[in-house]
Design a protein around this ligand. Structure first.
Ligand code: SF4
Length: 356
């Protein structure tokens, strides 16, 4: 039966098959549960006329000249357009479009008034204090420091100090019992420790073996290394808190200890997020990757085989399929090195804030 016009092979039925993100694995993988299937034959049939109309309109458009449409909201909605390199070529790499947390509508409001660079923004244009700091620092090359804000943050930090960072991956096909597709699976952490002001810096780390579920071992080690009354510093606490909470729900015998760590977390990102410390090199961002080079030029992720969380996730996800033991050893070494730098960077950032 040929129900679809223009199809090169006869199609009797059309369905969309997609991952069921509610599926929880218990024992053997149940393929029928892992996928959802939605039959769309009638819907597709109904819409064939619409597609034909659209195609003929597009073909007409292609015969004409390039439409004179300026850049706008449409360039990123519903997703970034492939022609951005062409249409946005006159926009400088760093412009009003990089003002942090400024609504898209306000950016285009400025753009349509001919304002593209920071220097052209009127003094009375409504911006938040953080946005003003970003612009002022860029135009004057000044380092903005709010000592009172930094000092208030430092008062919340106490000893013993534990600097914590997790790495996670999100397998589409769940590999561990009790987990769903795309569930965040912690496989690594790095922990730097300062018992008191004059103590020597200690380091602990964990990296799960490939292809087995070592989350319980990770939780056991972590809860034995962090005492109940410790100050736990992370950079962007939302991520670490979410992992600790999920682990506490999964491994009930460690729940209390995990939630105690969860409750003791202080976010080192806060003074940078609040613009208590800002340099123009941060380019409006407060992520560690921008803050670090701005404050500590001698610590860098550049040149590292694994230099961000995405790299770490991909590297760990491929480990189980590698047969070359040397390659596995090398990647594991790269993972250790990367995660260790994340927490070491936090130690050094705190030192810098204290110097101020
Ligand atoms: S980038 Fe794409 S959406 Fe934006 S103006 Fe150019 S063609 Fe249109």
């Amino acid at each position: 039966m040929d129900r679809f016009k223009g199809a090169r092979s006869p199609i009797a039925k059309a369905s969309l098959v997609y991952i069921n993100n509610k599926y929880v694995k218990h024992g053997e993988l149940e393929i029928k549960e892992l996928f959802c299937m939605k039959e769309l034959t009638n819907k597709i049939e109904e819409n064939q006329g619409f597609v034909e109309d659209q195609l003929s309109q597009m073909n007409e458009m292609l015969k004409g000249k390039c439409p004179g449409i300026d850049i706008g909201n449409q360039c990123d909605t519903p997703y970034p357009c492939d022609f951005k390199d062409h249409c946005w070529s006159d926009i400088p790499e760093y412009s009003i479009f990089n003002i942090n947390r400024l609504k898209k509508s306000k950016k285009f409001e400025l753009y349509y008034k001919g304002i593209i660079e920071f220097k052209d923004i009127p003094d009375d244009y409504a911006l938040s204090s953080g946005q003003r700091v970003q612009i002022e620092s860029e135009l004057t090359d000044k380092v903005i420091i709010n000592k009172e804000g930094i000092s208030q943050f430092l008062e919340t930090v106490f000893y013993p100090l534990y600097f914590l960072d997790f790495e996670t991956f999100m397998p589409v096909i769940p590999i561990c019992d009790g987990t769903r597709p795309y569930q965040m699976m912690p496989f690594q952490y790095s922990l730097h420790v300062l018992e008191d002001e004059s103590a020597e810096l200690k380091h602990y780390e964990f990296l799960a073996k490939e292809s087995i579920d070592e989350r319980e071992e990770l939780v056991k080690r972590l809860t034995s290394e962090i005492p109940d009354k410790a100050c736990v510093l992370t950079y962007n606490r939302v991520f670490e808190k979410r992992i600790l909470k999920e682990m506490s729900e999964q491994f009930l015998s460690y729940s209390e200890k995990l939630m105690s760590i969860h409750g003791n977390i202080i976010d080192l990102m806060v003074p940078f997020q609040k613009r208590d410390y800002y340099t123009k090199e941060m380019k409006g961002s407060y992520s560690l990757k921008f803050v670090l080079p701005a404050l500590l030029a001698d610590i860098s992720y550049e040149g590292m085989a694994i230099s961000d969380g995405g790299d770490a996730m991909n590297a760990y996800a491929t480990l189980h399929s590698l047969e070359d033991k040397e390659e596995v050893k090398k990647i594991r070494g790269d993972l250790f090195e990367y995660c260790k730098l994340d927490t070491y960077a936090m130690v050094k950032l705190l030192e810098e804030l204290r110097k101020l």
